[in-house]
Design a protein around this ligand. Structure first.
Ligand SMILES: [Zn+2]
Length: 854
């Protein structure tokens, strides 16, 4: 049973009233990196909507307001540190123009960030960047800070003459005056104010083009090659999305800028996306890694989010679900459906994990404390899966037609879920109220299906029984599930549609041939937890020959659960022969769950022969299941010692080496932790490996690894490794570690703070609650506050159940290895005994024969 999403006392949130229909925002600013200050004027122009308007309220947090004018005249105002209440001299009538200009200055703690060198990172570049989503623009300029006010915008900024400044839209002017550089940008398409951006730094610009549109990548000078490698496919993505979405890219320019210490992966600021510079790919990483998903995600937001915007954050899935699904669309077009389907599985894992471990909620909701609370795996990944189901239900032609219609109808406007439902209906005729109700608006959770499939050669009937096993309670409904079943016979794949409406359905389907494959929901389109029962030979045929990689992978998983020599042989064959690396990887994972010596040997052999780095990574991960196995420890140790062409194979080997508790793990992982790598991935895994190896002597290395001045990802990994090593312990050393982790709650790196939060949950000591409370009171980042509350709740309930489960899983894993070892020994003993008996019998028989001869 999942927990409630909303904390007790959470009230419904609605978009605010719109007294004014905002038309234009003009910012004229001076930013001073030395003083970390901003000063200037925000001018907001609009048309009055409310009758007899006497008061205008603007959001402006912690800004010093100097003067306010309305239509050119000075007016009275009050500022309580959060909102400015502006008293107009005379009431203004509906339809009249109103221009408010606010002169202000401030040293923002949110919204606008100044980064630069310090004692820990002396080489860090000086940069300034903004992050408005979701309600932080108010920290750097006065505004109506809500997505349902959309306006054109311009920003003119004065910066030190050696720096460049990027903002939305097109460059109007760029000049130097009195030792300062003044750069002016303008966007002539209306957007919401959370999308207004400013990025300042010593950037190099790399220019390319898509059709007539300039496409520009900005990056810290000296990293041009990395930027080009990382963003190379942007023009192809512009082309793809312009075609698929039925509306060409809506802005005159597309810029992407890499900045340091960014607090998200990327942000889709209108026509000028901001990206974290940690994803800049070096040559070695490009062997088996790209960030196309991130690039495609932010680009797709230019349509879904920027051109058409969620009306309030409770409808945020209309931004994030589409952007997430667009990652799939890009992958599908670029690498094919099998590669795209891998994302589906990742999304399902994330959503199912959140549903089981944190809470269950409707995707669209009014009940949240802060908007950032709902930017979770329901919003992104489940949202993406919902759109995938919608596409399969409608078919491609209707789906894309509906998208084009929806974008055309609502461009420059704001939307809620019902607008999408109406747009689908108006463009395709399909009334999908039931679909949006169960998946988005009213319903939460997902179907849990038990499916059994059998075929009778006598009646030539295939019988498909489907039961919805989820508990129908709270917001979890009985689902209506249109899907299909795919039979494979001599004539190829035959798809038969099924619609499940009731709790239990039995379908009798006439087939002239006995099918070799029978795949319920081919492509795993439905977001459901599905258990399928069918004969082993059918699973084996599917593993060997299903059309889609994701279905072959599912067969590998099912066969692993069954176990036994036939399943093992089929999996071994897939490991060696499947044409798709991810299926070979799935076969490796499946073989590992069998835990037999022969499975281990097959994996070790594949480790030598496999060439694809991502399949190798899966094999290495699978080998990590063979705890205390000397042969595996040797093989993994060799990779860690010598390194691998792929960062990720090498990193995975570090973790696996710890998991198998290799005798040399401590020594080799300390060595690996000295290596530099893309996103610090090797060090991260080395730290985690040390924790998995239960290497208590590593505490010192990890404390060192978590220090300010080390690379952020490694610091985070060190923090969580520390927690794993001392969890459940209450001795003096453990207390010391816990206190160090508590100190990281106020680290200057947001991500390290987040890691410290999780770590305290893992350590499970309620003594951390006071410092968690302090963090919640002090902290401005809503993500930390929300998660902090959850961790406190877990700690208060005694021990974290998730941790217990993890510990039990560890123990079960060890027991399983032990059992499998014992079984093998037993089999050996039995076989030896049998051989002895047979020999004895043979001797006896020989003797008897001899006697008879005699
Ligand atoms: Zn997004």
């Amino acid at each position: 049973m999942s927990r409630e999403f909303a904390f007790p006392g959470t009230r419904a949130r609605y978009a605010p009233d719109r007294v004014v229909d905002l038309q234009h925002i003009a910012l004229a600013l001076d930013v001073d990196p030395a003083r970390r200050e901003v000063a200037g004027t925000a001018t907001l122009t609009g048309v009055v909507l409310a009758p007899n308007t006497r008061v205008i309220e603007l959001d402006a947090v912690e800004l010093a307001i100097e003067t306010v004018t309305a239509n050119g005249k000075r007016v009275e105002f009050r500022h309580d540190g959060k909102r400015i209440r502006i008293e107009l001299a005379d009431p203004i009538e509906v339809g009249a123009n109103l221009t408010i200009a606010v002169e202000y200055r401030g040293a923002p703690r949110r919204g606008l960030y100044f980064i630069g060198p310090d004692e820990g990172y002396p080489d860090k570049p000086m940069q300034i960047w903004t992050q408005g989503q979701d309600e932080d623009s108010r920290y750097w300029f006065p505004c109506f800070d809500t997505p349902n006010q959309k306006a054109t915008s311009e920003l003119s900024v004065r910066v030190p003459a050696n720096l460049f400044a990027l903002s939305n839209g097109s460059l109007v002017s760029d000049r130097v005056d009195g030792g300062k550089r003044i750069i002016h940008w303008k966007l002539d398409v209306p957007h919401s104010c959370y999308l207004i951006t400013l990025a300042v730094g010593d950037f190099a610009a790399i220019e390319t083009r898509w059709r007539e549109v300039p496409v520009v990548y900005y990056v810290q000078r000296g990293r041009e090659a990395e930027a080009e490698r990382t963003l190379a496919r942007t023009p192809q993505m512009l082309e793809l999305f312009s075609k698929l979405f039925g509306v060409p890219y809506p802005y005159g320019r597309y810029s992407q800028v890499f900045v340091g210490d960014f607090i998200f992966g990327g942000m889709e600021n209108t026509s000028a996306t901001t990206l974290t510079d940690t994803v800049l790919i070096d040559e070695r990483a490009s062997l088996d890694y790209d960030i196309d998903s991130l690039v495609a995600h932010e680009l797709a937001h230019q349509w879904f989010g920027d051109l058409v915007t969620c009306r309030d954050w409770g409808e945020g899935w209309l931004n994030e679900g589409f952007a997430t699904y667009s990652e799939y669309l890009w992958r599908e077009a670029y690498e094919g459906r099998d590669a795209a389907d891998l994302e589906l599985e990742d999304w399902a894992d994330m959503y199912f994990g959140e549903d089981a471990g944190r809470y269950r909620r409707t995707i669209a909701t009014k009940h949240y404390d802060e908007p950032i609370d709902i930017f979770d795996h329901h919003l992104y990944e489940k949202g993406g899966r919902v759109l995938h189901m919608l596409r399969h239900y409608l078919g491609d032609e209707a789906f894309y037609r509906a998208l084009g219609y929806y974008l055309g109808k609502h461009k420059h406007g704001v939307v809620e879920s019902r607008d999408l439902a109406r747009a689908v209906e108006e463009s395709t005729g399909k009334n999908l109220d039931w679909f949006f109700s169960q998946w988005v608006i009213d319903g939460a959770g997902h179907p849990e299906l038990d499916v059994s499939i059998a075929y009778s050669t006598d009646t030539r009937l295939a019988t498909v029984t489907v039961e919805q096993k989820q508990k129908v309670e709270g917001k979890t409904p009985l689902f209506r599930i249109p899907t299909k079943i795919r039979f494979h016979t001599r004539n190829g794949d035959l798809d038969i549609p099924l619609e499940i409406v009731d709790q239990r359905h039995v379908f009798h389907l006439r087939l002239d041939d006995e099918p070799t494959q029978a795949i319920f929901d081919p492509g795993r389109v439905v977001l459901a937890a599905v258990k399928v029962d069918k004969p082993e030979p059918v699973w084996i045929a599917e593993l060997a020959g299903a059309t889609l990689g994701i279905d072959r992978g599912a067969a590998a998983h099912a066969l692993a659960k069954r176990g036994g020599p036939t399943a093992e042989r089929a999996l071994a064959s897939a490991l060696d022969r499947d044409p798709y690396w991810a299926v070979r990887g799935a076969a490796a994972a499946a073989l590992a769950t069998l835990r037999s010596t022969s499975a281990r040997d097959r994996l070790l052999a594949a480790l030598t022969s496999e060439r694809h780095p991502r399949a190798r990574r899966a094999i290495v991960r699978a080998l990590g299941d063979f705890v205390h196995d000397p042969a595996v420890a040797d093989a993994l140790g060799a990779i860690v010692e010598k390194g691998d062409a792929s960062y990720f194979v090498e990193a995975e080997a570090c973790l696996a080496l710890g998991r198998v508790r290799a005798p040399r793990a401590g020594e080799l992982l300390r060595l690996a932790a000295t290596r530099e790598s893309f996103t610090d991935v090797i060090r991260q895994h080395a730290f985690r490996g040390l924790a998995e190896a239960r290497d208590d002597s590593a505490l010192g290395v990890l404390v060192e690894g978590a220090k300010w001045g080390r690379i952020t990802q490694g610091r985070r990994a060190a923090t969580s490794a520390l927690a794993m090593l001392v969890r459940g312990r209450r001795d003096r050393e453990a207390r010391d570690i816990r206190e160090r982790v508590e100190q990281l709650l106020s680290d200057r790196d947001f991500r390290v703070q987040a890691a410290a939060l999780e770590a305290l949950g893992v350590i499970g000591d309620g003594a951390a609650i006071p410092s968690l409370r302090k963090m919640i009171d002090r902290e401005l980042d809503g993500r930390l506050r929300r998660r902090g509350k959850e961790v406190i709740r877990d700690l208060e309930e005694g021990s974290s159940q998730a941790e217990d489960v993890r510990r039990l899983r560890d123990e079960v894993g060890e027991l399983r290895s032990l059992a499998s070892g014992l079984r093998e020994r037993l089999e050996l003993i039995e076989a030896t005994e049998k051989a002895k008996r047979e020999k004895k019998a043979e001797k006896k028989a020989k003797k008897k024969a001899k006697r008879e001869k005699d």
